[in-house]
Design a protein around this ligand. Sequence first.
Ligand code: PLP
Length: 412
Amino acid sequence: MANVKVTKRASEIEYAIRDVIVHTKELIKNGKKIYYLNIGDPAAFDFKTPQSLKDALCGAIAKEDNYYSPSEGLPELRQAVANKEKKVNNFDITADDVLVTEGISEGIQMLLGAIVEKGDEILFPGPTYPPYISYTKFFDGKPVAYETIEKEGWQPNIDDLRKKVTDKTRAIVIINPNNPTGAVYDRKTIKEILDIAGEHNLPVLSDEIYDQLTYEKQFVSASNVTKDVPVVGLNGFSKVYQMTGWRLGYMYFKGEGKQLAALKEGVEKECRIRICANTPVQIAATAALNGPQDFVKDIVDRLRQRRDFSWKRLNEIEGISTSKPEGAFYIFPKIEGIGKRWKDDMDFVVSLLKETGVLIVNGSGFDPVYGKDHARIVFLPPIQELEEAYSALEGFMKKKVKRDSRGHVGYG
Ligand code: PLP
């Protein structure tokens, strides 16, 4: 019998953050310790899901709340989301504006499924969270990156963004705080992006999953800044509430009049064909939003220490330089010697893994142009573990650097 075929769209999916794990298999078999600095999962480290949320989940299951919920989400959760966005990010939406998804990941898929027709362009920051690229391609669209400028702390290049809008553009994506760079955008930048969107009648898709995880800079939501430009906000429970494995997120539609009505209706239909998000987890998420929030400050304080340590320690390593992340838990250093000692950033990442067990993600996985020659490091582990990984990285970098008699660095 002939082999069963696979579609081009499925076989071409890439997700660098998990694709790199393939290279660990052989090493694990041989007993090598792996430092997993590739996945942004706080619950896999010492940021544990708050006890009250675990109790709420177990309680929901014990009370037989194990049924299908409405496809749009439980009404009480949708209301809790509207209340949270008012309280934390200071803008008005109603429970009806909110749709509950199995993580932002499902939200991205649904949203781009409802926006992108063949050949349509989606503008997103370069570098970006990879599913924005992958799902745009999946729906036969064309992902287009606008530059974010490394020496300005990875802030968007507004002129570049403006130049890249065409008559095929269908939406502008903002990821703030940003994955993979940790940049946090100020009100002026967000306003400039909204103005461009407004001039061209485009919605802004604003991914704000790290909204409460910022260090010095105050987070500003696009929905707080907008006046009449439609915003679809994406958020969830994975990072702030450490519910990664429970898979829950939401999106909300903030527009004037009927601006977003057709789009929302399309996404609601997508919600229906997948029936609903996990009901007991929705009950726990309602408890998360309605309960005490003091644990968030504790998470940010601990993350700030790891951010400060990572930024200082990585910049001490010859051949590595990095700006200081202002939010989230990623740092995105530039690696010297790519294209010389290492063929490309993937070669660098795989060589580092094989030699030291330190697993990080190649920057080109976040954008082939604006991400290349970089790598993304997750700074979630405790400082002692980070130090072990960074020492190993330092040793690896030292080995590769060769100096000539005048002290100039070369790569042998
Ligand atoms: N959006 C961004 C910017 C992310 O960094 C991530 C996860 O790393 C997600 C969305 C996925 O979130 P979820 O767990 O809600 O699917």
